[in-house]
Design a protein around this ligand. Structure first.
Ligand SMILES: [Zn+2]
Length: 91
């Protein structure tokens, strides 16, 4: 039989996401009902595999607000020849 007693556990601190700021203009990117609908995340990931089954990698990530995406990144990408159309959707 196990006998239990009350033990006070000290409070813990956890890191939770409070806000995300744009890496270009510094403004807080608003979070609305769809968390991924109002921000742009650019991620480049490089993964290297070793012969012994291990590996390592690096990741470069930018958070960009929609204003900077439209006013800065889209014109830059188009100036380099990349042209993509907006995709429409309903829910
Ligand atoms: Zn911005």
């Amino acid at each position: 039989m196990k006998h239990w007693k009350d033990k006070t556990v000290p409070a813990t601190t956890q890191q939770v996401l409070e806000s995300t700021t744009c890496d270009l203009c510094g403004e807080i990117i608003p979070t609305r009902c769809l968390p991924d609908a109002t921000d742009v995340e650019v991620v480049a990931t490089r993964v290297f595999h070793d012969r012994d089954g291990g590996g390592n990698g690096t990741k470069l990530q930018y958070d960009i607000c929609m204003v900077c995406f439209i006013s800065t990144l889209v014109p830059f990408m188009e100036s380099k020849g990349a042209n993509r159309d907006w995709q429409e959707w309903d829910y």
